[in-house]
Design a protein around this ligand. Structure first.
Ligand SMILES: [Zn+2]
Length: 142
């Protein structure tokens, strides 16, 4: 079995609706995303001969994930989230907001990222998303 991995980092703020405690405030993290692709065999011909996948394809896909979330405020698309979005719209400054259909925890985000990469045709087997240097979520489909 061959596994290749690559990593990107991004800064992101999130709001966890329905959460009580310190993290109920809008706050941010420096996220570290590590993705693994696996294959039992290597490509046998052409440009990809001897490879699981071209690292430049792989890195491009991770760059797109990075750009989706980097320096954005991530808010869940529900009633509470929409109230927050609407109140931010009343302010004179403009915030880069990205709505998601889930509570933006490391767990939900790692599953979302896994599915986005899978949809692109990558042989993704594991997504690990660090929310802090010590805490991460690993999502696999096994
Ligand atoms: Zn957080």
């Amino acid at each position: 079995m061959f596994t290749i991995k690559s990593e990107v980092q991004f800064d992101m703020a999130h709001y966890l609706s329905g959460y009580e405690g310190k993290c109920s405030n809008i706050h941010g993290h420096r996220y570290r995303l590590i993705v693994k692709l696996k294959s039992e065999t290597l490509h046998k011909e052409g440009q990809l001969r001897g490879m699981v996948d071209d690292f430049s394809n792989f890195k491009l896909a991770l760059k797109e994930i990075e750009e989706t979330f980097d320096h954005k405020l991530i808010i869940e698309n529900n009633e509470e989230g929409m109230k927050l979005i609407n109140s931010l719209k009343d302010l004179p400054m403009e915030f880069q907001i990205y709505k998601v259909e889930y509570r933006p925890t490391a767990e939900e985000m790692s599953r979302d990222i896994f599915n986005r990469l899978k949809k692109k045709g990558l042989a993704v087997c594991e997504v690990e998303l660090f929310e802090t240097p010590n805490n991460s979520c690993i999502y696999t489909e096994e």
